[in-house]
Design a protein. Structure first.
Length: 296
């Protein structure tokens, strides 16, 4: 049987039916993206084989026609870089295979003119590279925990939630929404990443809850047990933040640039916490981020 033996209407009908069946079975769209073509190919009487036969290309095209591009995109972590007073999105891919040359400027949404200007401003360049390395490690280090931490459920949970809240903060400020909505997410991300480090010392959840939202106490705990952690820099970042509980009910909220600083500060804190728990990290493997300049 050849690919030409099937009309576009037949292929779309089969793909649509398979997609609905898998959806009703509880399968997420990200998984259906891979599974629907395989099942549809069998329904149409074709045996899967190496390569990408014409029938598979037509099946994939039919599936892609049902959904928007963003519906089926498999994204990684997004972060933010505040250039002057605009929020530029840093988009890190979900997967990178093998050894690849990474150009940080390919992952940030700035205009060609803005990119050109930044490269003539050493301070902005260094700030961007620091933030890029932080966002990259937030995406990848969390999946490469050291062996002794991999089986600690609280560590994985807190890291996952810290990434989730930080992702939300970046989405808010780079999506054109009310930037003030990013403050609470950033503050929570800080807290959760530090709690992950506390949990790494096999502290129970009940004991961790006693820290409340006091990042100062969390930082003191970490400082004693991890002398290599830059607690002074992290402390300056955390002390400059608004109080989590008071901010939640306050009519007065940080300004646009203050919010950008809060989000980028959280990116730093979360990335450093995750690096403590990970086997390897991007920042230590590249020579252009050896000396950190941001945050001060």
């Amino acid at each position: 049987m050849n690919a030409e033996d099937h009309s576009d209407e037949e292929i779309l009908r089969v793909v649509n039916n398979v997609d609905k069946e898998l959806l009703l079975g509880g399968m997420d769209i990200k998984l259906r993206y891979w599974e629907v073509p395989r099942v549809a190919m069998q329904r149409l009487g074709h045996v899967p084989y190496a390569g990408e036969p014409a029938i598979l290309q037509r099946i994939e095209a039919a599936f892609n026609s049902i959904y928007r591009k963003e519906d089926i995109a498999i994204g990684g972590h997004i972060g933010v870089f505040m250039y002057r007073d605009i929020f530029a999105r840093i988009a890190v891919p979900a997967l990178v295979f093998g050894e690849v040359a990474i150009n940080p400027f390919e992952y940030v949404k700035l205009t060609p003119v803005q990119l050109g200007i930044i490269q003539t401003e050493p301070e902005e360049m260094e700030k961007f590279l620091d933030q890029f390395a932080d966002v990259w490690d937030i995406q990848y280090c969390g999946h490469g925990l050291k062996l002794q931490y991999r089986e600690i459920e609280l560590v994985k949970r807190y890291i996952g939630l810290a990434r989730l809240h930080l992702h939300a903060a970046a989405a808010i400020v780079t999506g054109g929404y009310d930037y003030r909505g990013a403050v609470q997410s950033s503050l929570l991300a800080n807290e959760l990443s530090l709690k992950a480090c506390v949990a790494a010392h096999e502290v129970c959840e009940k004991c961790i809850k006693r820290f409340g939202h006091d990042t100062g106490k969390l930082l003191k705990f970490i400082k004693v047990r991890w002398p290599t952690f830059d607690s002074e820099r992290a402390g300056r970042v955390l002390q400059a933040n608004p109080n989590y509980v008071l901010n939640r009910y306050s009519e007065i909220q940080p300004s646009r640039r203050e919010v950008g600083t809060i989000v980028m500060g959280a990116q730093y804190v979360v990335s450093e916490a995750i690096r403590l728990l990970s086997e390897d990290n991007f920042r230590s493997n590249v020579n252009w981020t050896r000396i950190r300049v941001y945050p001060e």
